[in-house]
Design a protein around this ligand. Structure first.
Ligand SMILES: NC(=O)c1ccc[n+]([C@@H]2O[C@H](COP(=O)([O-])OP(=O)(O)OC[C@H]3O[C@@H](n4cnc5c(N)ncnc54)[C@H](OP(=O)(O)O)[C@@H]3O)[C@@H](O)[C@H]2O)c1
Length: 274
């Protein structure tokens, strides 16, 4: 099969490219800047920008299935992109997002499942890779400071999201499905720090900050976008006030392999913390 991967340079897209190559599929990767990307030689790379749907059209020539996510802050162009995809490909797998204020997950699902070709929606829990926001603190010492340390989450490994996406892209039987994915465990932020420490062989611990202290810390962090600071802290406050996460077995059900633990994720990313 010829498979097009949008957001191919991202956490999930990168894993999908790797796993599709391992299973022998022909892959075309899309990025806004092919000059700065590094993919294996067999991967065809094309330029495309989701905010300008015309640029995606050429990327779809000869393609059977498409992996799509939505990195933009408005869903305005999603119908146009899905229309292009549905005219050329036979199957689309969409990674849903909570980051588009004008398009809820349910609205995304309605568009994707209604686009006229075989479709699969993936609804992931919080990405484990978000814990890399603590990497600077972990490099500098054994304490991670932040707010809402008691907030429970189920973190998901990007390789598990990719494994589900690869099944849905390459096998029959996933049409119309909406897969809610979580990791195998629920851990508070303070527990996440301890588990990452265990994986790295270091006694890491959490130090609780007030929301205002955490806000100041994030605003002073040059690697963290200022525009995302309040969004993140508001999101955490809302999650803490809501029901605790419910685990699903969907990664195992779809792939036959249990979801990877945070400990496994941290071992896979040990170099990112050193
Ligand atoms: N973090 C979480 O906890 C979480 C939870 C649920 C859902 N999500 C969703 O997951 C998605 C992010 O996935 P990720 O972590 O794999 O990505 P990522 O590592 O954040 O990278 C962003 C990707 O989007 C691509 N991109 C950005 N703007 C683009 C545009 N205008 N046109 C085409 N491509 C564009 C980038 O490609 P180039 O720069 O190469 O063009 C890059 O590959 C978002 O939709 C987010 O809302 C995240």
């Amino acid at each position: 099969m010829n498979i097009l991967v949008l957001a191919a340079t991202g956490n999930v897209g990168g894993q999908i490219i790797t796993q599709l190559r391992e299973s022998g599929h022909s892959v075309r990767a899309v990025t806004r800047d092919p000059r700065t990307t590094r993919f294996p030689a067999e991967v065809e790379v094309m330029r495309g920008d989701l905010s300008a749907p015309d640029t995606i059209a050429a990327c779809l020539d000869g393609i059977d299935a498409v992996f799509l996510l939505w990195p933009l802050h408005t869903g305005e162009q999603l119908p146009a992109v899905l229309d292009l995809v549905a005219r050329r490909a036979r199957r689309v797998v969409f990674l849903g997002t909570g980051g588009v204020p004008d398009l809820s997950f349910e609205e995304q699902a309605k568009l994707v499942h209604g686009c006229g070709i075989a479709s699969t929606m993936i609804r992931p829990s919080t990405f484990a890779v978000n814990t890399l926001w603590w990497a600077d603190q972990i490099r500098a010492g054994d304490v991670v400071e932040g707010a809402y340390g008691a907030l429970p989450m189920s973190l998901i490994h990007e390789a598990d999201m990719a494994a589900v996406a690869v099944r849905a892209l390459t096998e029959p039987g996933h049409d119309g499905a909406t897969y809610t994915l979580t990791g195998p465990e629920v851990l508070t932020q303070a527990e996440q720090v301890r588990v990452i420490g265990e994986a790295l062989g270091r006694p890491l611990r959490w130090r609780e900050l007030t929301r205002e202290q955490a806000r100041e810390r994030l605003l002073a962090d040059e690697s963290f976008p200022d525009s995302f600071v309040d969004v993140l802290l508001d999101g955490y406050a809302a999650m803490l006030a809501g029901p605790p996460p419910v685990l699903t077995a969907t990664v195992h059900d779809v792939t036959g392999i249990p979801a990877r633990s945070l400990r496994q994720w941290a071992m896979d990313h040990a170099a990112d913390f050193s």
